[in-house]
Design a protein around this ligand. Structure first.
Ligand SMILES: Cc1cc2nc3c(=O)[nH]c(=O)nc-3n(C[C@H](O)[C@H](O)[C@H](O)COP(=O)(O)OP(=O)(O)OC[C@H]3O[C@@H](n4cnc5c(N)ncnc54)[C@H](O)[C@@H]3O)c2cc1C
Length: 444
């Protein structure tokens, strides 16, 4: 039972996993390449806030953190769609007004999970330690101190890579025979910008909404922060006639924003500074298999399955991984290899389903949210949900407000859509047939 785990990466999932493992009594050493987030070293321009929903909240509840974290959260009850002329339209996420998603700061969340881990005396967190490589057989993690360049090693019974999309632990596993790996980038990148609080410290737009400026092939979104500011994220093509690549100077940027987001520009005094200063991030989907090697190495969170952010589920899924990882260790306390294999079995199809759902939701957000047909479908979803409780659940609700496995939600939504469209087709055909019958009988 006194096995030792070395965790690489104390991002969102790393901190939470350390808290889970610490609670089970394992000895845990957690290494993070960055310095302590409590020293205010958060990198600007990288998803400052995130949408936390049911799956993530459930995981936090397991270690008694949900209440503390939700105190910092801002409920977002629906999408606020902004058109080009500055008009807005609100579309609730669910027919039940008590169901919403939560805007939460990455820094605050990261700090809470790390502190929860550190409350266990058997957990040690070490910052400024970059893992360069893992020897899978021993297993030993090789580390470099990012300030002194001093090298060291950490030997453990098992090493877990919780080190994000560009995982060093996964890189070491990629040398294994028959290890599967794929990465695919969207043609779009993202850039974060700011809408500050108003002069009197007030919110300059509706606080309890996720704002979207859908513009067909690209979009901007904004999530509220506790200080009454909003973090906006522009998702736009890297290349092309009108893209990040064609912005050469302030005039180009100003003209683009004036044309596309006139209502937002008026609220963005630091637009040009933010635009040139903040990095342009890329959007990658990463799939790999298996997620473990023997009883020695495993991958959790983005290290195992990075997804694009359009379903607001990457962190939620990473937290759900932690719950399943912990459950599997509890189910097979004397067989870690089996526990790791079972964790992979329970999560892989769901991670793959989420990856597809997330890419698809980009098209929905940037293009379809602006259309009347989309709004009508959302209304129909809510009506059907009310008429057929327990039977009909919209896909968004299953993904966001339940813990139905992602793959099951995806399949169920496909079946529901087929049924609805077949029913609507039959209804329209019937109405047309009746109309034709009447017209013919009147004519004769
Ligand atoms: C623009 C954007 C918006 C997003 N919005 C949402 C959202 O609204 N909701 C949501 O659920 N998800 C969202 N996500 C996804 C979410 O950010 C990730 O899924 C989540 O951060 C994954 O957590 P993680 O701990 O696996 O990885 P990370 O949070 O990336 O943490 C990895 C950690 O490992 C450390 N590390 C990396 N390499 C090494 C190394 N070699 N040695 C030591 N340490 C290392 C890193 O410094 C980092 O601290 C968004 C992502 C992006 C890009």
């Amino acid at each position: 039972m006194a096995s030792k785990f070395t965790l690489i990466g104390s991002g969102l999932a790393g901190g939470l996993l350390a808290a889970f493992l610490g609670r089970r009594g394992y000895e845990v050493e957690l290494f993070e390449r960055r310095s302590d987030p409590r020293e205010g070293n958060l990198v600007g321009g990288r998803s400052i806030n995130l949408a936390l929903s049911t799956r993530g909240i459930h995981a936090l509840q397991q270690v008694g953190l949900a209440e503390q974290i939700l105190q910092h959260a801002i409920p977002m009850r629906g999408r606020m769609i902004h058109d080009r002329s500055g008009g807005v339209h609100f579309s609730p996420y669910d027919r039940d007004p008590k169901k919403w998603i939560n805007s939460i700061g990455r820094g605050a969340l990261n700090t809470v999970v790390i502190e929860a881990a550190q409350r266990h005396r058997n957990v040690q967190v070490k910052f400024n330690q970059r893992c360069s490589q893992v020897d899978l057989e021993t297993p030993v993690a090789k580390l470099v101190h990012t300030q002194t360049n001093e090298t060291s090693t950490s030997r453990a019974d098992a090493i877990v890579g919780v080190d994000g999309a560009f995982s060093a632990v996964r890189r070491s596993m990629q040398r294994l025979d028959r290890f599967e790996y794929s990465q695919s980038y969207l043609p779009h990148g993202y850039k974060e910008l700011t809408i500050p609080p108003g002069p009197d410290g007030s919110w300059q737009m509706e606080k309890n909404a996720l704002h979207i400026w859908p513009r067909k092939s690209f979009m901007m979104i904004a999530l509220p922060n506790p200080d009454a500011s909003f973090t906006c994220t522009l998702f736009w093509e890297f290349e092309g006639p009108r893209s990040f690549a064609t912005m050469q100077n302030d005039d180009d940027v100003r003209r683009f924003f004036d044309e596309e987001f006139p209502d937002a520009v008026a609220l963005m005094p630091s637009l040009l500074e933010d635009y040139w200063h903040n990095p342009t991030g890329s959007l990658v989907t990463i799939r790999c298999a298996p997620w473990s090697y023997e009883d020695k190495v495993a991958l959790v969170g983005d290290a195992a399955h990075a997804v694009v952010p359009f379903y607001g589920q990457g962190m939620n899924a990473a937290f759900e991984d932690c719950v399943v990882f912990d459950e599997c260790l509890a189910e097979f306390p004397n067989d870690r290899k089996k526990a790791f294999a079972e964790y992979f079995e329970r999560r892989k199809a769901n991670a793959d389903a989420l990856a597809d759902l997330a890419v698809h939701n980009f098209i929905e957000m940037r293009d379809k949210t602006a259309s009347r047909a989309f709004r009508a479908k959302k209304k129909l979803d809510h009506v059907l949900e009310g008429w057929l409780p327990e039977i009909y659940l919209p896909l968004y609700a299953m993904v966001t407000f339940t813990r139905i496995p992602y793959a099951e939600a995806q399949q169920r939504a496909r079946k529901q859509d087929t049924l609805i469209y077949t029913f609507l087709f039959a209804l329209v055909s019937f109405v047309l047939a009746v109309l034709i019958f009447f017209i013919k009988s009147i004519a004769s």
